[in-house]
Design a protein around this ligand. Structure first.
Ligand code: 5GP
Ligand code: MN
Length: 326
């Protein structure tokens, strides 16, 4: 066993003990939570609630649950950020690569009596009293599953759906999944959950009105063949009008450009404010690009936020791509 895996195994045991003993648990996902972050917090939350603990799940922004992930919250555990106590008894941060990814709730880390961090980002500097950090895990839900097993929790269909949602999305429908994730998926499916009914709204469905906006984004999509770089924008009007499910689907279309190694979508979130999604096929480490520009992520999927013009933003990405060229 590698040293990293040993550290992680100890973390899993410690996290399981803390969670098993806790009477009041606050579980936090990162801002703009995805299926891995919410699947992780809700899987733990459901298990703890069923054991009688007081449980709340929350995230710093936005002020509502992503619509497609609402069916995961079968026990109604999600509360607005404002209802998270300033000094939680036990705080658990899931899928957050750094405290800042908790947004306005990052200050609760300092106020918490005890804290547990569960994450799989290589860039994670480590935080929290107990750390379950394993960059080799395909998704944070994989680590949450280990903690649940260490706690002796029986994985029922409600918990399985939460874990599967994180697994299928973070692995791009199992294309980035190792054998352990495929085995875990089999175990989750064996609980009797309906994978298609769970995944379709999360990964495939969009309102018809979105298609015109998507067409606009594709028309603006620009290829820079010398850099192997493809990019487009989603204007504020579309970011405001459509759900995050729609806006975040653009990157999955343009990343397919045969000529490009790296894809970027610049999402306008305010006056000269941009949320940027980066994807690479493999040769370029976009986590390094995002890291240099104030964000982070994984080798093949990363992001950051930026203030300024889109021209300056593209120039900054180009400069980083040139540095990271292979
Ligand atoms: P997305 O493009 O889906 O918003 O983000 C892709 C990945 O990049 C996420 O899984 C997350 O790990 C990471 N990421 C996105 N934005 C940020 C950011 O501002 N800071 C850090 N550290 N990671 C980010
Ligand atoms: Mn994740």
């Amino acid at each position: 066993m590698s040293a990293a895996a040993g550290v992680e195994a100890a973390g899993v045991e410690k996290a399981a003990v803390l969670l098993s003993e806790a009477r009041d648990v606050t579980l936090l996902a990162h801002v703009q939570p995805d299926a891995d972050a919410l699947g992780s917090t809700l899987a733990l939350g459901i298990a703890l609630r069923r054991r009688g603990a007081t449980v709340r799940v929350s995230f710093g922004a936005p002020d509502h649950m992503p619509e497609s992930l609402r069916p995961l919250d079968v026990l109604g555990l999600v509360v607005p950020a404002g209802e998270v106590p300033m000094a939680p008894e036990l705080l658990v941060a899931c899928d957050a690569a750094e405290p800042a990814r908790l947004g306005v709730l990052a200050d609760r880390l300092g106020g918490a009596s005890r804290s547990v961090m569960i994450d799989h980002h290589r860039s994670n500097p480590g935080f929290g009293d107990v750390q379950v950090l394993d960059p080799t895990a395909d998704a944070t839900v994989v680590l949450v599953h280990e903690v649940l097993v260490a706690m002796g929790v029986e994985i029922d269909t409600d918990i399985a759906r939460c874990l599967y949602a994180g697994l299928v999305t973070d692995t791009r429908s199992f294309r980035f999944a190792g054998p352990a994730s495929h085995r875990l998926a089999a175990e989750l499916v064996e609980t009797g959950m309906d994978t298609e009914a769970l995944v379709r709204p999360i990964m495939d469905e969009h309102p018809h009105a979105w298609f015109a906006a998507l067409a606009g984004a594709l028309q603006r999509c620009t290829l820079e063949p010398e850099l192997g770089f493809v990019h487009t924008t989603v204007p504020l009007a579309d970011v405001t009008r459509f759900r995050i499910e729609e806006v975040d689907s653009v990157i999955d279309v343009i990343r397919g450009a045969t000529e490009a190694e790296v894809a970027a979508v610049l999402k306008e979130i305010g006056e000269r404010r941009w949320s940027v999604s980066l994807r690479s096929k493999n040769a370029v480490d976009v986590a390094a690009v995002a890291g240099a520009l104030g964000g982070g992520g994984h080798r093949a999927a990363a992001g950051f936020t930026w203030t300024g013009t889109s021209d300056d933003l593209l120039a900054a990405i180009r400069a980083e791509l040139a540095k990271n060229a292979v």
